[in-house]
Design a protein around this ligand. Structure first.
Ligand code: SF4
Ligand code: SF4
Length: 393
């Protein structure tokens, strides 16, 4: 096939970075004052942490995921982004697990409130996947889109640069294709990379999604993407879309869940659920928090701290002398209903982006896609019975 310089608008905005120059991309970001956060292998899992060099990435590793199962293992020895998602999500950098909101000091018999400065840092998030970008968009709606803006989140969000990586492989618990959130990053990034690894060449097709991204790219050796490069990158993403380990039928899902509030499925899942809250802690969109106040022993200083909480804890639904959701049945139903149904009413989007983390990291392997399918099947069976009864009467 004859190779031509790509001539469409789309292809003009795409470049190629050779693998040997990838470090120069990281260097260019650091030179612009960004602290780099990216995937690293630690304690047998992929985590997000500070990186500075290509060698910090999980080079040559891949993972194996299934319900309640996660293993890192050897993959293509040269590949930089061969691992899927680990237990961390990027929200910890924008919406930290623990945040001091203010301190108070007693001075001359009066209490003075000392606000926290919440100094944001310039962060470049390297390797964000399409579903995680969608999760950030969901958090933006929740934390920035209403009457009460989360100022700490807002300040940090404005300092974030996103270097996305289009997925070259779907995990067995992934279902982003069902949720229209991946595997291609189509918006919300400054740069988006597709890793192409061939026998004799290793390179990245890179697309700029913002002026900031284009500026960074201008400091890195690149060449214009050829049509053949674009075709290879597209083929990789399309192949990933066809490999999803899970799927979720979203047709009338919200309506169906609302019709199933008393379904026996909630009892069945409650018999397995440990109410450990793992699913909420690994979820990139869960945002529930609690607030705790502390004082020192002298009572001279105090502070108020916000911490991640979970709708699976008993205390989370404690209101004026009672637990609103005292049973595991009520708590699992609340979580799943919120993700797939009530979130839409509240924020206009699904609360689930199909990342699959809650399936992988549930210690007893409860699978949100399977529970939704069971509810759908029961719902449809109920409707069939109703229709048959009508016909015979
Ligand atoms: S569904 Fe799984 S991860 Fe979530 S609370 Fe229950 S046991 Fe824990
Ligand atoms: S509910 Fe599960 S699959 Fe959906 S976004 Fe949260 S962790 Fe990912």
């Amino acid at each position: 096939m004859r190779m031509t310089r790509a001539s469409t608008e789309k292809s003009r905005s795409q470049q190629v970075i050779e693998r040997r120059d990838f470090q120069l991309l990281l260097d260019a970001l650091m030179a612009k004052g960004y602290r780099l956060i990216g995937p690293r292998a630690r304690d047998g899992a992929l985590v997000y942490d500070e990186i500075a060099a290509v060698a910090d990435l999980p080079v040559g590793l891949t993972d194996e995921q299934e319900r309640g199962t996660y293993r890192l293992k050897a993959g293509d020895p040269e590949r930089l982004f061969g691992c899927g998602l680990g237990p961390h999500s990027w929200k910890k950098y924008l919406y930290p697990p623990e945040l001091r909101l203010w301190q108070a000091q007693r001075q001359n018999g009066n209490m003075t409130i000392v606000p926290e400065p919440h100094a944001p840092e310039r962060l470049a998030l390297i390797g964000m996947r399409a579903c995680e970008i969608q999760a950030l968009a969901v958090l933006d709606k929740v934390l920035l889109g209403g009457a009460y803006v989360d100022r700490a989140y807002q300040a940090q969000r404005e300092q974030v640069l996103v270097v996305a990586v289009n997925c070259g492989r779907a995990g067995k618990t992934c279902f982003c294709a069902s949720m229209n959130s991946g595997p291609r990053a189509s918006t919300g990034f400054d740069l988006a990379l597709t890793e192409v690894l061939e026998r004799d060449r290793h390179y990245f097709v890179v697309e700029s999604g913002s002026k900031v991204g284009a500026d960074v790219l201008s400091a890195v050796p690149t060449s214009p993407a050829l049509e053949a490069d674009l075709q290879k990158a597209n083929a990789i993403i399309e192949q990933t879309a066809g490999q999803m380990g899970r799927s979720l039928d979203t047709h009338r899902l919200q309506e169906m869940l609302y019709a199933s509030t008393e379904s026996p499925v909630w009892d069945e899942v409650a018999a397995r659920c440990l109410t450990c809250g793992n699913c909420t802690l690994v979820c990139p969109t869960c945002f529930c928090t609690t607030v705790e106040d502390y004082t020192d022993l002298t009572g001279e200083t105090g502070s108020r701290v916000r911490r991640w909480d979970s709708c699976f804890t008993m205390d989370f639904s404690y209101i004026v002398g009672g637990h609103v959701r005292a049973s595991a049945r009520a708590r699992y139903r609340q979580w799943m209903m919120h993700k797939l149904a009530t979130w839409k009413d509240q924020f206009g989007t699904s609360g689930c982006v199909g990342c699959g983390r809650c399936i992988t990291w549930c210690p007893v392997g409860i699978d949100i896609t399977e529970e939704a399918q069971t509810i759908r099947a029961q719902n449809e069976a109920k409707q069939d019975t109703g229709t048959r009864r009508k016909k015979t009467s």
